[in-house]
Write a protein that binds this ligand. Sequence first.
Ligand SMILES: Nc1nc2c(ncn2[C@@H]2O[C@H](COP(=O)(O)OP(=O)(O)O)[C@@H](O)[C@H]2O)c(=O)[nH]1
Ligand SMILES: [Mg+2]
Length: 499
Amino acid sequence: MDRETYIDTLRSELVDMVKDNLSPVAIDYGYSEAPLEANIKWRPLVLVIGNYSSGKSTLINDFLGGNIQATGQAPTDDSFTVITYDNSVSESEHVHTIEERDGKFLMNDPDYPFESLKKYGQRFAAHFRLKKVNSHFLKNLAIIDTPGMHDSISEQDRGYNYQHVIGDLAEIADLILVLFDPHKAGTVQEAHTSLKDTLPTKTFEDRVLFVLNRIDECETLMDLLRVYGTLCWNLSQMTGRKDIPLIRLTYSPHVSHQPACEPSQEQIAYLQFLENQREELKEAILKAPQYRLDHLATFVEIHSERLTHLLESLIAARKKTILYKAKSIITGIMISLIGGGAVSLGLILTNLLPIDQIVLPSAAGGSALLFFMIWLNSIQKMLFRKHLDHTIKEIDTLTPLETQTRKDSWQAIKNTAIRYIKKTKNTSSLWDMQADYAMVEKIHSHGAKDVREALNELSGIRDNMSIDPKANLLRKEDEFIDIYPLGRNIFTGAPIYYT
Ligand SMILES: Nc1nc2c(ncn2[C@@H]2O[C@H](COP(=O)(O)OP(=O)(O)O)[C@@H](O)[C@H]2O)c(=O)[nH]1
Ligand SMILES: [Mg+2]
């Protein structure tokens, strides 16, 4: 098995784990409307965002090796374009768009992970499209080109909420390129707000690559340093951190070397030192399928953690209600007995009925039963409503929230818990909930951890090694190196080995 097939196997195992174990629970308890795996089952995704004219489309064309996207100084393209692979035409033919589909198709076909974008309506659909291209670059990933961020255009002008769309796409993307150019290195607010609000904090840094593009337009090295400094300052202001993220410096040699913008000798001198960054960036993007595994492991971790927390709170609420009901029935019985006793005493004292051994116990029993029925049908129902209101009001006390992680996961599921308690009036089977909890907890504590271990091992293995699940040897170019178990299959528990 080669490395890519191994990554593929691991990926499909993870998707199956989500599909079989997390999705049914997520849907049953109202945590998610659609199966969770809908977002992750497609190809690895790279999202390219940035100011308009920062060179997003030019960069994408450079990587694809063909003029697929329109480019230009004015805001040329106001669409979100998903560009994916099509092998119906050979890669050796010139790179071109083989098929184009509109947004409606993209959002309605369950094979694509974009169903959730339907909520942005017709105006968005008209600005969303798919292109299938015969570029080798897309063999293992798809890339999304986006319209530029403007400071001047308000959301109303676009007709859909641009930031939210970017946020939703960022959530399913495995890698996000944020492009800046020397002219607008100061306007990073929109990019950052979109990302910060949507990406889980712990994956933010792993998943975002900052790129300062079009650096050939800086006339001197000093100019470049000034722009770089401004960008660093702005980014650190935005992130509230003192350390500066790695910013890749790049430009498009194709555009730059056109006669109109031929760089001067002085420029060429410093640009030469930065020549290879475009290639490095390309390599970083081509690693997206590996980020995807990491992304999937995080996805499983986050959702299994939240589902575990959700079930924990629902079980606590249910137990509280069971205890309350038991107490309430005992109280009801006591009150009914006292009521029945009082009625018989009244009868005795008032001499209303002949006191004999049949009449008195029947009157006492009958009135006790009557009291109990009244209790069950009106008083207890009223008190139960109060109990439910109280449970919801005190919902934060259901589970311990001692760490920030617990607080974060609680924030994410609190409303789902309230909705579920209201909907079911907290009468779901405790037994079923405990069984669901046990399953989700198992995924939370073992599933994603096993995948992480496999990933760590994988990162230590170079590309030219092949993996054989049967032979228990690590081998490079026919030379045995070591005996090396990779990890265990998450379901069968069988060890996986490299050769
Ligand atoms: N000098 C120079 N011009 C560039 C570079 N990248 C893009 N451009 C030009 O900048 C303009 C905007 O590029 P485009 O890719 O359409 O930007 P987008 O709006 O971010 O997609 C076009 O005229 C490109 O030719 C670059 O690296 N250097
Ligand atoms: Mg563009």
